[in-house]
Design a binder for this molecule. Structure first.
Ligand code: PAF
Length: 322
């Protein structure tokens, strides 16, 4: 048997514990937003399951740049993890743009069933070919229009409206068809552009309008729910491929906890957000089903393009999910 020297024995007895692997997690919104609570829930679940194998460094409020830059960082492995909207993701996995089609989802419940079901899970697997690993679908809620020009009740009210959209071709096409002047812009520039009057409005779910305090820079909120806004929890392939099976299982389970926390936040803000925004001085109008139908009709042309791009079959399958 090989004899250990005294120095080796001491080295064994006092071996420093392996350093925790650092996970930098970047997201566009504040720590008390739906992204922040999800990131925290993820960290807590991983720490409970794996002890101090990993340490987390949070970069909220676009601390690592706009969503597109952060996703590129995740591809490169310079950022280990992010929670993002699908706004920019169709630039990486074009098929995912189908979830950004206006008026495709009927309700939060419908969207959650699609994303948790076969269609959503199949879409998650496509991210590996784009140099990203997708853990789970989260969400932001349904997007609504805010602006400083006036209330919107009909498509004609959006005529010439300089509205910031995400850098998302599906959304841009829809606002062009309505007659608005869509201005794609990375999120970190939006509040400044609204303050300076470079744009009249923007569109986002209540989760964002409330957590990003948009009532400080926007007067009118129109609850039109023109499109559902999914979010995704992504990790870098460099991180994922280096995990063992137990760690992968803990990450998958932590992602489910993060999604539950995110959806819980969205449910809460859907229930109380409008009241909060009214108290903060916003003027709010909610579109009736008839008024929404007028917006849907105005999107007939882009709808043909969406069906050609994503496949009518897939869009029908999504709408058929009960
Ligand atoms: O509007 C956007 O760009 C996104 O909804 C946001 C606010 C960055 C959250 O993902």
């Amino acid at each position: 048997m090989k004899r250990l020297t005294a120095a080796a024995l001491i080295g064994t007895a006092f071996a420093a514990p392996a350093a925790a692997q650092e996970i930098k997690i970047g997201y566009a919104l504040a720590e008390d937003s739906h992204y922040g609570v999800a990131a925290k829930a993820f960290e807590e679940a991983v720490t409970t399951a794996l002890g101090d194998q990993f340490s987390f460094r949070h970069f909220p409020s676009s601390g690592l740049g706009g969503e597109r830059e952060v996703v590129e960082g995740v591809q490169l492995g310079t950022v280990e993890m992010t929670i993002v909207s699908t706004g920019t993701l169709s630039n990486f996995v074009p098929e995912v743009g189908v979830f950004d089609v206006p008026f495709l989802f009927r309700s939060l419940d419908h969207a959650r069933k699609v994303l948790d079901g076969e269609i959503g899970q199949e879409m998650l697997s496509r991210f590996d070919d784009a140099g990203l690993h997708a853990l789970a679908w989260g969400e932001q809620g349904f997007r609504h229009i805010t602006n400083n020009r006036g209330p919107i009740a009909a498509p004609a009210d959006t005529a010439g409206l300089k509205i910031r959209t995400m850098e998302n071709p599906v959304h841009i096409q829809a606002f062009q068809a309505l007659g608005a002047a869509p201005t794609p812009m990375a999120w970190p520039e939006v509040i400044g552009a609204l303050q300076q009057g470079a744009i009249d409005g923007q569109e986002n779910p209540l989760s964002v309008i409330v957590s990003a305090k948009l009532s400080e820079v926007q007067k009118y909120l129109t609850l039109d729910g023109h499109v559902y806004s999914p979010a995704l929890i992504l990790v870098s392939p460099q991180l994922w491929d280096g995990l063992d099976d137990a760690q992968k299982a803990a990450f998958d389970s932590a992602a489910r906890d993060a999604v539950a926390a995110m959806r819980g936040y969205v449910d809460q803000v859907e229930a109380s957000g409008v009241e909060t925004l009214k108290q903060q001085g916003m003027e709010v109008n909610a579109l009736s089903e008839e008024q929404k139908a007028a917006f849907r009709d105005a999107l007939a042309e882009p709808y043909k393009a969406y069906e050609a791009q994503f496949g009518k079959d897939l869009m029908d399958r999504i709408q058929a999910v009960e």
